[in-house]
Design a protein around this ligand. Structure first.
Ligand SMILES: NC(=O)c1ccc[n+]([C@@H]2O[C@H](COP(=O)([O-])OP(=O)(O)OC[C@H]3O[C@@H](n4cnc5c(N)ncnc54)[C@H](O)[C@@H]3O)[C@@H](O)[C@H]2O)c1
Length: 357
C-alpha cells in the first residue's frame, strides 16, 4: 500500500498516543503536526524527526503537503476543525466524541459526502480484537438470545472541565454496544450527579433499551477508586465477560447453566457454577494501531470506514438523548422521533401496573 501523508492536530495526553501510532505505522508518512502549546510542538519535533510542527491548523494546511488530517484536540474544537479540514479537501480522522450536538454531526456527515472525503470517528473499541470476537459470537448465535449487556468505565481519573463523564466516556460504550449487537436502542434513560464542578456530571448511570427487550446499562465515572473497563454480556446459552484491564485472558465465556430448582445436596446448593468457563484465544493487537491502520487503508483505497460519520452521528444522537434524560432526572427519552411513541420502559411500567391491579 502507498504511504499516506498525515498531519495531526492536538498533541495532548491522548493525542500524543495517536501521533505515536501513526508515526510507527509503515503505511503512514507523518509529515506535520500542530498544537497551540509550544512545549508540545517542541516535544513532537524532538521525538519524531522529520515531522514539522505548526502552531495553528491554518499554518499547517498552508505550508505542508498532507492529504489526511487527524484531529485529537479537545471535543469543543472538533466541529470547527473537521469542517475546516473537509472544506480544504482533506480526509479526516476525528477523535470521539464526534461533535457535541446532533446538528453539527449531521452537517459534517453531509459535507464529507458532498466533498467525497473519508470521515472517520475514533470509536476505538470497534477496533478491539475482543470486541470483534464478541460481535462474532453474538451475530453467530453462540451466546444464544441476548438478554442484557452492562459495561463499567470508571477510574480515579482526569476530571474534564468542558464535558461531563457522559460525553467523555460513553462514546466508547455506546459505539461498542451497537457495533456488537448490530441494532440501535429505541430509548435511553440517564441519571447522574455533579460533585466536583457545578453542572458537569462526574458520575452517570445510563440505560439503553432495545426493541427486542435487550437492555444495556453503562456506568461511567472519573471519581472511583478502581480503574475498571469491563463488559458483561448475558445470553440464553452463554455469558461473556471482557475485562480490558486484564493483561492476559481478557475474555471469558461462561456456559449459562441455571442452578437446579431442587438441589440434591448441600454442595449443589452452595455451588455457584454449573457450566464450563472457556477462555478463547484472541489476537493481542493494539486497538489504537488497528484503528489508525484502518484509517490509512480507507484513505488509500477510498473506502468507507467502519466507524464512519454515520456511526458518529448515531452515537451523538444517543448521547444527546441521554443528556436530555439526565437533565430530566432520568425520564426515558425516545430515539424514534415520533410523538405517539411509548417508550420501552413506559410500556414495561404499564404492564407491571396492569399486572398488580
Ligand atoms: N480514544 C480514546 O480512548 C480517547 C482517550 C482520551 C481522549 N480522547 C479524545 O481525544 C481528544 C484529545 O484528548 P486529550 O486527552 O489528548 O486532550 P488534552 O487536553 O490533553 O490535549 C489537547 C491538546 O490539543 C491542543 N489544542 C487545543 N486546541 C487546539 C487547536 N485549536 N489547534 C491545535 N491544537 C489545539 C492543546 O494545546 C492540547 O495540547 C478528545 O477529543 C478526547 O475526547 C480519546
Amino acid at each position: 500500500m502507498r504511504k499516506v501523508r498525515v498531519g495531526i492536530v492536538g498533541l495532548g495526553a491522548w493525542g500524543w498516543n495517536v501521533g505515536r501510532s501513526f508515526h510507527e505505522l509503515a503505511d503512514c508518512d507523518l509529515v506535520a503536526c500542530c498544537d497551540l502549546s509550544e512545549s508540545r510542538r517542541a516535544a513532537a519535533e524532538l521525538n519524531w524527526p522529520g515531522v514539522k510542527a505548526y502552531r495553528t491548523v491554518d499554518e499547517m494546511f498552508a505550508k505542508s503537503n498532507i492529504e489526511a488530517v487527524v484531529i485529537s484536540s479537545p471535543a469543543v474544537t472538533h466541529y470547527v476543525l473537521v469542517q475546516k479540514a473537509l472544506l480544504a479537501g482533506y480526509d479526516v480522522f476525528v477523535e470521539k466524541p464526534f461533535t457535541l450536538n446532533v446538528e453539527n454531526a449531521e452537517a459534517l456527515l453531509n459535507l464529507s459526502e458532498e466533498r467525497s472525503r473519508v470521515l472517520m470517528v475514533g470509536h476505538l473499541l470497534e477496533y478491539h480484537p475482543v470486541v470483534e470476537e464478541l460481535r462474532r459470537m453474538i451475530q453467530s448465535g453462540e451466546l444464544g438470545d441476548i438478554y442484557y449487556v452492562y459495561t463499567q468505565r470508571v477510574n480515579l481519573g482526569r476530571i474534564r472541565g468542558d464535558e461531563n463523564a457522559l460525553w467523555s466516556f460513553a462514546p466508547h460504550d455506546i459505539s461498542q454496544i451497537i457495533y456488537m449487537l448490530g441494532i440501535e436502542p429505541v430509548d435511553v434513560s440517564a441519571r447522574g450527579q455533579s460533585f466536583i464542578q457545578q453542572g458537569i456530571e462526574d458520575v452517570v448511570f445510563l440505560s439503553l433499551f432495545f426493541d427486542n427487550r435487550i437492555m444495556a446499562h453503562i456506568h461511567l465515572s472519573w471519581l472511583d477508586p478502581h480503574k475498571t473497563r469491563t463488559t458483561t454480556i448475558v445470553g440464553s446459552k452463554r455469558m461473556a465477560v471482557f475485562d480490558d484491564m486484564a493483561t492476559t485472558e481478557k475474555l471469558r465465556v461462561y456456559d449459562s447453566c441455571a442452578m437446579p430448582h431442587h438441589p440434591n445436596s448441600f454442595g449443589e446448593a452452595i455451588q455457584v457454577r454449573f457450566g464450563d468457563i472457556h477462555i478463547p484465544r484472541v489476537p493481542n493487537a493494539e486497538p489504537l494501531k488497528l484503528e489508525c491502520q484502518h484509517f490509512l487503508n480507507c484513505v488509500a483505497t477510498r473506502t468507507t470506514p467502519r466507524s464512519d460519520a454515520a456511526d458518529g452521528l448515531r452515537v451523538v444522537k444517543i448521547l444527546d438523548a441521554a443528556q436530555s434524560s439526565l437533565e430530566q432526572d432520568g425520564n426515558p427519552v425516545s430515539l424514534r422521533g415520533s410523538d405517539d411513541y411509548i417508550s420501552t420502559s413506559q410500556r414495561a411500567s404499564r404492564c407491571w401496573t396492569a399486572l398488580r391491579a
